[in-house]
Design a protein around this ligand. Structure first.
Ligand code: DAH
Length: 346
């Protein structure tokens, strides 16, 4: 019996040395420590032996069982470690390899220009407020002192929304300018108010190099007590210099818009030729950049303000014009024809 136990021990130890992976070690455990293993069978056979033999063989069999269990535990441990080390080695990543290049997205030139204009005004204390592109006739025209049969409506060729899908009795349109946001904002706020309103506007017009049926504007409004034309000029002068260069000159000339009185058109001296006259400024030395004026008393009343105590100025500008002037873009239609060769330049 003792001999059989020693043989079983040697065989088990030899076999264990040959075990090279985790799959085989389970087979080894079943063969050498399982119910049908030689050691377990020896233990089961003990009752048939004489007392003396039983003592010796029993003690040795138990010893061998413990030895094999310990050997098994150690082998299992080292196999697991080896497996982990192999996994780490095979899955290692060479971080010095060059990566796959991929194309970075970028902001649309209009988006960049809108953000830039808003930042300049935000730095001067203006809030930035957005509003609806589908607008009622009231906000787009009437409240801005442009009644239904006013000849000035011709200034804005209008895209009307089919009345059967408009969920109101009001006639509905695609806003022709961002000026309606002046009224909407003043319905919700009390003076002092300083705000700019960026967004899309729509015109029912044939497109050409300088006209699109959709483009962007930034509108501005300041309402308080004691605001004068000097505030308008100072604010817009500062804006022009921050956007187009600190040495810019500005020129204000009379213009007509129904919602302001007086109304002006603002021009800056041409930053390309410094006023000498070139292609950009069409030889005049001046570039028109926006319309503005002192808010009309009629409009102030619509805003819920008393024209006797309150006053303000407003302005509106086309946004695409800014990158067009700066980068010499000759056709506004490039902005929305989605040609990457154009968009990638910005
Ligand atoms: N809404 C005008 C347009 O689309 C631009 C404009 C001119 C806005 C004068 C103003 C302003 O606020 O005072 O042509």
């Amino acid at each position: 019996m003792l001999r059989r136990i020693e043989e079983a021990k040697t065989r088990a130890e030899d076999d264990l040395r040959a075990v090279a992976d985790l799959k085989k070690i389970e087979a080894w455990r079943i063969a050498h420590l399982g119910k049908k293993s030689a050691v377990m069978e020896a233990l089961r056979g003990l009752p048939a032996l004489s007392l003396e033999e039983r003592k010796q063989a029993g003690a040795r069999a138990n010893e061998v069982k413990t030895l094999l269990e310990e050997a098994y535990r150690q082998k299992l441990e080292s196999l697991k470690e080896a497996e982990l080390a192999a996994a780490i080695a095979s899955e290692s990543l060479d971080v010095t390899l060059p990566g796959h290049p991929f194309a970075l997205g970028r902001l649309h030139p209009t988006t960049q220009a809108v953000a830039e204009v808003c930042q300049v005004f935000a730095a001067m204390g203006f809030e930035v407020v957005e509003g609806p592109e589908v607008e009622s006739e009231y906000y787009n025209f009437e409240a801005l002192n442009i009644p239904r049969d006013h000849p000035a409506r011709d200034m804005w060729a209008t895209l009307w929304v089919d009345q059967s899908i408009a969920q109101s009795d009001q006639r509905v349109l695609l806003r022709t300018h961002t000026s309606p946001m002046q009224i909407r904002t003043m319905e919700e706020r009390r003076p002092p108010v300083r705000a700019v309103f960026p967004g899309k506007v729509y015109r029912y017009e044939a497109t050409d190099a300088t006209h699109e049926w959709m483009f962007h504007q930034v509108e501005g409004l300041a309402i308080d007590t004691g605001i004068t034309m000097a505030d308008l000029k100072g604010t817009l002068y500062e804006f022009a210099r921050r956007l187009f260069g600190a040495d810019r000159k500005a020129r204000f000339r009379c213009d007509y818009f129904p919602f302001v009185e007086p109304g002006v058109e603002m021009a800056i001296d041409c930053f390309a030729c410094k006023g000498a006259g070139c292609r950009l400024c069409k030889g005049s030395g001046w570039i028109e950049i926006l319309g503005a004026g002192m808010v009309h008393p009629e409009v102030l009343r619509r805003m819920g303000c008393d024209p006797e105590t309150h006053s303000g100025f407003a302005f509106g500008m086309g946004v695409e014009r800014i990158p067009m002037l700066r980068y010499g873009v000759e056709d506004i239609r490039h902005f929305y024809s989605n040609d990457f060769r154009f968009l990638r330049k910005f």
